[in-house]
Design a protein around this ligand. Structure first.
Ligand SMILES: [Zn+2]
Length: 460
């Protein structure tokens, strides 16, 4: 840390650090110097600090690590509220023809809408699994990365791909997929152009073929090889529905987890969305290999996919983070509500009221997310030396003031207002408003692009 770094001092704030011991302070301080947390602890900040550019009185607030989203499809922001009463395969079949018409302008607007809604709700690290690249649609990856960088949010682009269309027994229409060679070359180019491996990286790229039912076995295998050659992470959808399990047995003669293992897709550099239909040996395989899970409770409920066995995964030692999933299957697009939904939905499963508690839910949305994105040494908990990605939740307003424990308040209670969020030491949200984007302009452009897409899809 340069001695001359600007400092932000936050005091009189309740703190849930989400460190390994779950250390909490009823009233403490956080000193941010440059883009790092310099010190954190009980009581007031050390005296005599130089270069203090801002002092924040955190009275009536809880400070937590910024939320980390581990699964999303930004482009779906402009196809929300459609096919609302469908299961996964019927929903996909209904929407693919529309999705196949997206272009750069639409993707950029949808990314702004997705990112803006998450940032306002305390997300400091976002991710986008983008896998629809219609021919001639422009620089979609570049437009998504630009939207994240303008908003000031830390970001992982999971560069997706599909090469198994209807003619090969897959679900997407033929015109919506890439070739094997085309997908691999474009993915490598995206990694080389945008991936930053440094400690304080704002942009990272992962290799992310879409799912077993839209991707050839060769693309799975060569995608894994590509990621390992380039030293980046791997992401895909796994074990989301019973139909997918059936599909894998029919096509590959084995279940999804065995299929992933056979294609090189289990490992501590891999994380998968959903993992709803996992038996004991699947969970053991994930734990043995360190494969991570992006748990998406609202989307799983919306598509009637089932309840992921999160308590069993955690007990086995599987890294688990939270995801909103694409907003065509989770119209809210907010991650702080997923803390509550993860807790509630898992209590409907086998472990009942012992499934998850408030602190475990907060850990899923912060440290767990950092783990599955491969960034647990840098973000996900509030500790000296880590990057200054943090949120001040207002807990003394009408929604939360009568709940004594602030962690219980923000997890069990309504989504708490965000008074301040810092990403890389820089304010991104203040008093619930985005600082680096015009929310009204985004509302207008997303509506326009949603209408444009609907029109183009209807004409084709
Ligand atoms: Zn998804």
């Amino acid at each position: 840390m340069a001695p001359s770094a600007d400092r932000i001092v936050i005091e009189n704030v309740a703190i849930a650090t989400v460190d390994a011991q779950d250390t909490e302070y009823a009233s403490g301080h956080i000193v941010v110097a440059g883009n790092r947390i310099e010190s954190i602890g009980a009581g007031k900040a050390p005296e005599g600090l130089e270069n203090v550019v801002r002092r924040v009185d955190g009275t009536g607030h809880l400070a937590t690590p910024g939320l980390v989203n581990t699964h999303h499809h930004f482009y779906q922001w402009i196809t929300r509220g459609l096919a609302t009463d469908h299961n996964l395969f019927n929903w996909l079949t209904a929407l693919y023809p529309t999705w196949a018409r997206i272009d750069e302008q639409m993707t950029y607007a949808a990314a702004q809408g997705s990112l803006g809604m998450m940032a306002r709700g305390g997300v400091t690290t976002a991710m986008d699994h983008h896998y629809v690249f219609p021919r001639g649609s422009g620089d979609l990856s570049g437009s998504i990365i630009r939207a994240a960088s303008e908003m000031g949010v830390r970001f992982t682009l999971a560069r997706g791909s599909m090469d198994r269309s209807e003619k090969d027994g897959g679900l997407p229409p033929d015109f919506a997929v890439e070739t094997l060679e085309g997908a691999l070359a474009a993915t490598e180019e995206t990694v080389k152009k945008h991936h930053d491996a440094s400690f304080d990286a704002m942009t990272q790229v992962a290799v992310a073929p879409c799912s077993p039912f839209s991707v050839s076995t060769e693309l799975m295998k060569q995608g894994a090889e590509l990621a390992r050659r380039l030293g980046v992470r791997l992401h895909t959808h796994g074990s989301e529905t019973v139909e997918e399990e059936k599909f894998c047995h029919e096509l590959f003669g084995m279940g999804p987890t065995d299929y992933f293992e056979s294609t090189g897709w289990l490992g501590d550099d891999v994380w998968m969305a959903h993992c709803v239909h996992m038996n004991d040996s699947d969970i053991a395989a994930f734990a043995r290999t360190g494969t991570g899970v992006a748990h998406c409770p609202s989307s799983n409920a919306r598509l009637a996919a089932g309840i992921a066995r999160v308590p069993d995964m955690l007990k086995a030692g599987v890294p688990v983070g939270l995801g909103v999933d694409g907003t065509a299957s989770n119209e809210s697009g907010e991650l702080h509500t997923e803390l509550r939904n993860a807790l509630l939905i898992n209590r409907l499963g086998a472990h009942k009221e012992a499934a998850l508690n408030a602190r475990q839910a907060l850990r899923l949305g912060t440290y767990g997310g950092a783990q599955v994105l491969g960034r647990a040494t840098q973000i996900g908990s509030l500790e000296a030396g880590k990057l200054a990605d943090l949120v001040l939740w207002k807990t003394d307003g009408i929604g939360h003031a009568s709940i004594a424990d602030p962690v219980t308040a923000i997890v069990f209670g309504a989504a708490a207002p965000v008074t301040l969020s810092l990403v890389n030491g820089r304010p991104v949200v203040e008093n619930g408003r985005l600082l680096h984007a015009d929310e009204d302009a985004i509302a207008r452009s997303t509506r326009e692009q949603a209408q444009r897409l609907a029109r183009i899809a209807a004409e084709s």
